[in-house]
Design a protein. Sequence first.
Length: 251
Amino acid sequence: MKAPLLQLDEVSLSFGGLKALSNVTFRIDAGEIVGLIGPNGAGKTTLVNVCSGVFRPSHGTVRFEDHVISGMRQDQVAQRGMARTFQVVQPFPAMTVRENVTAAALFGGGIRHVPEARKFADEQLEFVGLAPHADKSAANLSLAHRKRLELAKSLAIKPRLIWLDEVNAGLNSDDLEKTLHLIRSIAARGITIVMIEHLMKVVMGVSTRILVLKSGTLIADGLPMDVIRDPTVVEAYLGGHYAEDGSRRDV
Ligand SMILES: Nc1ncnc2c1ncn2[C@@H]1O[C@H](COP(=O)(O)OP(=O)(O)OP(=O)(O)O)[C@@H](O)[C@H]1O
Ligand SMILES: [Mg+2]
């Protein structure tokens, strides 16, 4: 069997008395589009934080391309080729949209020359649909556009794996097709995706596999059609709401 791109073994993390992650074990292979779902407070963002170097797990290991990365700093993880977007967006507000993405290309993407980094940044802005806003101050973007900026910054580090943490929040359902297209286009660039997403139509539309977290525990890991029929998942997370309209969970 091929070595996994990302492998978590028995990863746990506590905040004081709260066990935010409990013995989480899974693998992600190159080329997958994995949906990570679970109720509010399930530990999804904490999992991204543990994998991307924000937190060191209290127990267990994270391996990326066969190197143990748990314990590394965020910039070291990024330079190894793992990117993440922030659920609570964090642009440099005093900089323009283009400058934000150029900085990511310079510091995380390994591009040494500013004009080349700027050109690469413009390509990412075009890709995410933000090109018309490139000269705006990042502070003046709408929430949906700030999410797109997060995505462009993540792509600018030239990742092999990207975590998308609710990158579509703030978009209306008219944008659904565009969203699906964008995620598929990222995958087509050869980037493996782990996507935290509350729109079930998006999750079901693009995921090759779904992981479900509940109270810090991985309660399901399987094909989308199997996972959403799994009684434990229906009971713990989707409840009657998904069954009724087939579209989204309560948020
Ligand atoms: N830095 C922190 N310090 C203390 N507790 C935290 C911290 N970060 C998260 N938590 C707690 O850990 C649990 C998991 O939070 P997390 O943000 O990972 O959930 P989530 O699944 O991303 O939820 P949501 O769907 O609302 O984004 C919650 O109980 C949260 O309050
Ligand atoms: Mg979260």
